[in-house]
Design a protein around this ligand. Structure first.
Ligand code: ZN
Ligand code: ZN
Length: 93
């Protein structure tokens, strides 16, 4: 069976990425940092292993959050062995 691949981007399209297979975990966080950074009531995210992730484009990082320096959209944050993707940045088929 072919593995599911999902693509995503920031609002301006300067950052493109893809993730393969199913996420390790999915969550909602409504801590103060996530409310501040998203400007919303909570932050919806999913985590993939690093080897399932590919990206292109320039990103900036603040703490454990990455964003597009042009449009300010949240983009995947790359950790040591996994990547956290904001669910809303994924393309909807
Ligand atoms: Zn952008
Ligand atoms: Zn949080």
């Amino acid at each position: 069976m072919p593995e599911i691949a999902r693509t995503g981007s920031c609002l301006c399209g300067g950052v493109q990425f893809s993730v393969a297979g199913e996420p390790r975990r999915v969550g909602l966080c409504h801590c103060k940092d996530c409310r501040k950074t998203s400007g919303s009531a909570f932050h919806a995210y999913a985590v993939w292993p690093l080897q399932a992730f590919e990206t292109s484009g320039i990103t900036s990082t603040y703490g454990a959050r990455s964003f597009c320096p042009t449009c300010g959209s949240r983009v995947p944050f790359v950790g040591e062995d996994e990547v956290e993707v904001t669910i809303g940045s994924l393309d909807v088929a």
